[in-house]
Design a protein around this ligand. Sequence first.
Ligand code: TRP
Ligand code: ZN
Length: 861
Amino acid sequence: MDNSAVTPAAKRLADYKPYGFEIKSVDLVFDLDPQRTRVTSRLKIKKTNLSQNKLMLDGEGLALLSFKVNGQVYEAFRVVENGLQVVFPFENADVEIVTECLPSENKSLEGLYYAASTFCTQCEAEGFRKITYFPDRPDVLTTYTVKVIADQEKYPYLLCNGNKTGQGELANGRHWATWHDPFKKPCYLFALVAGNFDQVTDQYTTISGRDVALELYVDKGNGSRGQHALDSLKKSMQWDEQTFGLEYDLDVYMVVAVDFFNMGAMENKGLNVFNSKFVLANAESATDEDYFNIESIIAHEYFHNWTGNRVTCRDWFQLSLKEGLTVFRDQQFSSDMSSHISNRIKQVRVMREHQFAEDAGPMSHPIRPDEVIEMNNFYTVTVYDKGAEVIRMIHTLLGQDGFRKGMDCYFERHDGQAVTCDDFVQAMQDASGVDLSQFRRWYSQSGTPVVSVSKHYDPANNTLTISLKQTHPPTAGQKEKQNLHIPVAWELFDKRTDEVKSGVFSLLNDADDLVIENVNAEQNIALFTDFSAPVKVQQAIDNSESLEIMLYAKDSFARWDAAQSVYSDLIWKRADTGGDVAGDIAAIAQQLISAGISDLGLLSELLSLPGFEYLSEQREKVDVLTLYSAREAVRKSLADALNTFAVDYIEGFENKPYQYETSDAEKRRLKNLLLQYHTLASGQTDLAQQQFSLANNMTDSLGALHALRTPGTLGCFESLMLDFEQKWHDDVLVLDKWFALHAGTDRDDILPTLDLLTSHQRFTFDNPNRVRSVVGTFAFYNVPQFHKEDGSGYQYVADNIIRLNSVNPQVASRIITPLLKWKKLTGPQAENMRLQLTRIADTSGLSKDVYEKVTKSLGSD
Ligand code: TRP
Ligand code: ZN
């Protein structure tokens, strides 16, 4: 560690205290200039805790120009590390603060920043303190009136939250606009954007008949790529009215797409800001996956208007209150818009491949963390995706109607408030009458529970007894565990008939028995159908039983899950013994091909192997390269077994004009999966080359490139990649896909290749999308090269983290994730990785973001 720096301190949930003051209103004036922007803030403050005489205002990197109370210059304050400490004997006072900040020097993309000739803000979680001195905490809600002043020609659009109340021109080529947001909000939902855009407009009439103007702002020239986002927005608005009775509340809904953005998107009240990759789409440049992501992220941010904005978080430890719930809502929406099973499998893959790993590693935390050093580090798969699984379990336990009553009660009680996860669960419990007292532990307990299962069938009484046991391995920072309330959905099926019996059993104790009567010997049971709880299941089940479930269960998730476990066993068998499993794989492939599965989304998933990360999670420690090559060997066997079927499917494929529509997308998905298998099996390039040259959409172009990116066909891959780069040289979003394809290639000269990529004319370390597509793809997905025995892959990533640490700590801290898991590795990898982590830890000027993760990983815990 750099000892000159102060060790960053953790904040704790247990230390929460109300602010002690009410901000009755805030009035902001922004005099925008890229070099130096002046912000004047006028606060009407009322003391609510009369015994408190110090007013704390957060601020970071601000130049303070003046401070007044009730119109008089005021000096009874101290400038401290993170803000101002003001002596405040007043019961009510008007405070005026003038500060300056430097938008064009702000590369962290947090606070007010200037990039690509656009002013933009990002305030969640704690970015507002980089704009002005203010109580930067989500439980301080107030109404905002804002005046924005800027050069008229360069920045014709001046946008802010709420409704525009005025605009005008000034003498010196500048102009202004004023905005008022009638809804009280915490400052993390504040937004301001000034720039020059193509504006695409649309309109929505709410269920009660109010007209809402929809306005999309995108880079000049990109207006034609905005329609899908607007269509998605209208679908989201309608879905939330129908599903939850929730209506939009302002007269205008604005969405701005920007190129420089740390995450996916941000739900600022009435003025969402999006990473442009989650807005812009047309057939030529966007894949089916892009279309899907746009629809779901537009929905996610829209749904936040109620779950997050109207009812917000009391403190940041409660982040899952809005994120878990909003992810659950966007998942339900996506299911309704496309296919339930494809969505459910996608969600479960995220849980198993990323969330289980996070929860077993040094950054393990409950969905409501107890302790945080840098809040930006807690926008995690745990808070978001496990949080959504927890909401889903409530939905399962209460049923659709009970859940809706709970939501109604939640809004009835808490509209306009900043509340806790406990408040949410309480509303669910009170409205439904279902006891959720033990269930609440899901919020405070980290780690993935293990449920072990054994079965006993009694033919004399026709009863099936399922014995369930829950255990909870200790996790980083949490050794003691309690029993959880685990909903076990089950299905009893009979392969000869369509009859099925199903239910939800609550596992509450160490061990509980689920007893089902009137079971005949032909029936079979599938457990945790639809992934009813985010747990690992241990079951002494033989292959033939798994195969029965895979082929005959009614629940599609159970079928897929059974296939995953059969594949896993074979991959591990190969890794452990080097044995040949081609015969077993061929038999499974044959059964799946002849099962006549008409749901092509499901078929694609049944023909896909478990991800590398999920396999890693099944063992305490892994020899990464052995596991990787075992998985590759099994993939080759599966490819061989599917080759004839693949060629038939591809050659019989009917090319239609592109349309983003579920059944077309599922056909393309299967075709591109089979194209990969065909290329891998045969080493032949003609079908892929043909697809590449005839493609009328990006899904097929990329599908062809992807298929060719295998060891035997790299020459062809390279030459098509050159063509692709020439065609898309000016489109950065498409280039990102090209960068990622290169960075994920298993080739021995990968490091020089990465250097070529980062010296590409369109590459810049200032842009998170570029960095993620090169450095991120390499670290997360290029398993054989990242984990190379000589440690060169780790060193490359560490070099980049050190570089990014001073440019954009949030991005550095996200990319470091694959470097944290050295304790899981065997062989030279463990020591090589630890060495690079130590190098990072020794860097001077380490950000809180990177510091928190590195020290947790290196720590003794
Ligand atoms: N609240 C945002 C969402 O869920 C995510 C978010 C948090 C974010 N912090 C951010 C987005 C910083 C951009 C930058 O959609
Ligand atoms: Zn969100």
